[in-house]
Design a protein around this ligand. Sequence first.
Ligand code: ADP
Ligand code: MG
Length: 260
Amino acid sequence: MYLSVNNVGKSFPRHGEEPLKALETINLPINQGEFISLLGPSGCGKSTLLSIMAGLTEPSSGSVSLENERITEPGPDKSMVFQEPALFPWMSVKENVTFPLRKKLRKKEQESAVAHFLQMVHLSQFAENYPHELSGGMQQRVAIARALAMDSGLLLMDEPFGALDEQTRQVLQDEVEKIWQETKKTIVFVTHSIREAIKLSDRIIIMSARPGTIISDFKVDLERPRQQKDMALLEEDVMAILKKEIESVMKEELQHAGSH
Ligand code: ADP
Ligand code: MG
């Protein structure tokens, strides 16, 4: 197994209260080259799970391994795109994308790699600009180019298009799908858009409300590029699972409130 999440649980300590249980017994095997989406109600631990996969957060129980090695820290074998484009504001677009390569490649190689990835996200003309001179969508494309420049086999993306308008979102979805097909990376992608998950994923992992557990592992067996009419049918199925989960949470909350 390429990436293996084994019995992962995560609790956060809380002042003067029981610890907050964010994740419980997560088991998730991921094959090399798969495109996996995580869907679930807000607060169910999607970002926490991604952060554990990135080696940025330590699980409270269980473990995650990448190519049979336990993940304990961030490293060049995995790269992350955060929901908010996390760029260095004092560096130009080119310098931002070069940053992860500075120790890895020689000057000449760096330049050609950066040019390649900036072209991939259609930002070649903005290489010398600074982040504040770019729109949110362009900044996110720089963040994606930087993550791609790391050339790690595992790409973790946390609602990367969440803050973008629909049109930019669609363009970037197409770009990411193309890049994924060209580079054969493994992608774990958090989204709250069912449509986006269906358009991009080989598998959709649906999580329960807190503490997050996996309630469905949904295979998307549609040819790519995916057609609207094929996607619409699946959308209803995924929606039904999510709706049931959200309704049961609301019911529980109502009962809980009623018992007080
Ligand atoms: P999602 O990404 O699915 O919206 P998160 O993983 O961000 O959910 O959060 C899951 C739960 O864990 C939330 O209740 C959140 O408040 C809590 N949480 C996340 N990170 C921390 C942290 N560093 N410290 C304390 N609580 C946290
Ligand atoms: Mg999140």
